[in-house]
Design a protein around this ligand. Structure first.
Ligand code: NAD
Length: 506
């Protein structure tokens, strides 16, 4: 099946793919074999970049930037429109590739490609709106304007769990802003990156703009580290774990570069006694077990009012029992595999830690049958004390920790009582509760939802989180400003030089 999908995407014979569904794993300094999360068998072997080839890719992106920055932004927008259309034509196959490579169920694989198409559409409109402001000058016959200019080639590092859309969020905005992009994807999802980049690169090349989208595939210690340290890249946009963000952030800061960090989350849903449970239960289930718990916005903690805790947990347990686990390509599957054995080990270690810390397993807690990396979606009740240190960590797996509370401020304190600050949600019928949650003393997260779950952001809003989530904002709203440099320009048509602040000189 993989070969057919790669053929449809026009990359089956790509020079970087040296074997498709090989018998043996061949991973060394020059090659890397990816493993199917569904079957645990080798998927494909790809050629790895080294420092020298990275250097060439960055040099090509620098050259491409020099020309691209002078193409008028609305014309760049038309090129991005063509990229969006190319992705539309390849949506089915790209979605299937995502399912095969990272184990997302079919609707989620397709949804991810749709997200990139949506951001391309957004970027097309944006290409006519890269607005600056004008300010009144204190001096007569002077004018002050703010202009936004292209920034330079942007380094984009992506996580395995959104192997197409996270690049899309960055690349579509960067492209209309006049930047070129050097993409370093996760080694767990190089095929999706290769196919996505190739489709978009070919489209721009046909329009006379080659080299806007460059790709490097390689080890973190070789390619990742060199990319991050390369001062030809004024912005590094990195999506991944908090641990990665700390390393990358410090390294970029050391060369006084700019960083856009989109890191781990530890997201909670608060359920008030007046919540409509017919809304809350499906939202919690989707948030907690969707993408097998491998979204940065996955619901990891449930904060439920003590008066309704038993009935909420009982309804959740029933819903979990009917969620089918299995082949992500099969119709009806709701929970696909984890990405690899390391993730299964982390899941089992978290369950063991929760139990040793006084947590009680309500459902799940074990590996699920199948050759691949399947686990059971799990609900763990915290002890009465609400002391459960493991719940402070982001285990990238479908584990939902349940805490109880007595009043809303206590729930908000629990929501905010973790290191990460990405997504949060409240279910309540009360305007007062909603305003409290969304107000200055409410959720401290970058994303806050009322009567919706923590996952599934739309591209129109700025996406990102506070605290250990890194503070970055991508996608909609004014996130485009990250990809441009601001210039405050003052123009005089006065007959003599006038100094600001009324200074007389000489
Ligand atoms: P990861 O941190 O292991 O890897 C992410 C990317 O960083 C990969 O491309 C990896 O190769 C690269 N990388 C790692 N160390 C590096 C280094 N020292 N220098 C340069 N590059 C380096 O994360 P993952 O397992 O791929 O993804 C899961 C994590 O990503 C979770 O923590 C999840 O919450 C987070 N995530 C966050 C968002 C968001 O928008 N906030 C979105 C998706 C995923």
């Amino acid at each position: 099946m993989l070969r057919g999908v790669l053929e449809e995407l026009g990359v089956a014979g790509h020079e970087r793919i040296s074997a498709i569904e090989p018998r043996e794993v061949a991973s060394d300094d020059r090659r890397h074999t990816t493993i199917s999360p569904t079957t645990a068998r080798p998927l494909a072997t790809v050629q790895l970049d080294d420092r020298a080839s990275l250097d060439r890719e960055v040099a090509a992106a620098v050259e491409a930037f020099r020309a691209w920055r002078e193409v008028p932004a609305p014309v760049r927008g038309q090129a991005v429109r063509a990229v969006g259309d190319a992705l539309r034509r390849h949506k089915e196959a790209l979605g299937a590739l995502i399912s095969l490579e990272v184990g997302k169920i079919r609707p989620e694989g397709l949804g991810e490609v749709q997200e990139t198409i949506d951001i391309a559409d957004f970027a097309v409109g944006l290409s006519r709106q890269l607005y600056g402001m004008t300010m009144p000058s204190e001096r007569p016959r002077h004018r002050i304007i703010e202009q936004w200019h292209p920034l330079g080639p942007v380094g984009v590092i992506t996580a395995f769990n959104f192997p197409n859309a996270v690049w899309g969020w960055n690349a579509m905005l960067a492209a209309v802003c006049g930047d070129s992009v050097v993409w370093k994807p996760s080694l767990m999802a190089p095929l999706t990156a290769l196919a996505t980049n190739e489709i978009c690169r070919r489209t721009l090349t046909d329009l006379g703009h080659p080299d806007i989208f460059r790709l490097v595939i390689g080890a973190d210690a070789v390619v990742g580290d060199s990319l991050v340290g390369d001062s030809r890249l004024p912005l590094i946009s990195a999506t991944g774990s908090c641990q990665m963000g700390r390393l990358v952030g410090q390294r970029v800061a050391a060369r006084l570069g700019r960083c856009l960090l989109e890191l781990g989350g530890n997201n909670a849903i608060i359920v008030e006694p007046d919540a409509d449970l017919d809304l809350a239960i499906p939202a919690i289930v989707f948030g907690a077990i969707g993408t097998a718990g491998q979204r940065c916005t996955t619901t990891r903690r449930l904060l439920v009012h003590e008066s309704i805790a038993d009935s909420v947990v009982e309804r959740l347990a029933r819903a979990y029992a009917s969620a089918s686990i299995g082949d992500p390509m099969a119709q009806g599957t709701l929970v696909g595999p984890l990405i690899n054995q390391r993730s299964v080990d982390a899941f089992l270690a978290a369950i063991a830690a929760a139990q040793s810390q006084g947590g009680t397993i309500i459902v799940g807690g074990k590996r699920a049958p199948g050759d691949g990396f399947f686990v059971q979606p799990t609900i763990v009740a915290a002890p009465r004390s609400n002391e459960l240190p493991i719940a402070g960590e982001e285990t990238f797996a479908p584990i939902l920790y349940v805490f109880t509370y007595r009043d809303l401020d206590a729930a908000i304190a629990l929501n905010n009582g973790v290191a990460q600050g990405l997504s949060s949600a409240l279910f309540s019928g009360s305007v007062g509760a909603s305003e409290r949650f969304l107000g200055p003393a409410g959720s401290d997260c970058g994303l806050a939802y009322v009567n919706l779950g923590t996952s599934g952001a739309e591209i129109g809003g700025a996406f990102g989180g506070e605290k250990d989530t890194g503070g970055g904002r991508e996608s909609g709203s004014d996130a485009w400003k990250h990809y441009m440099r601001r210039q405050t320009s003052t123009i005089s048509h006065a007959a003599q030089i006038m100094h600001a602040q009324g200074i007389r000189f000489g």
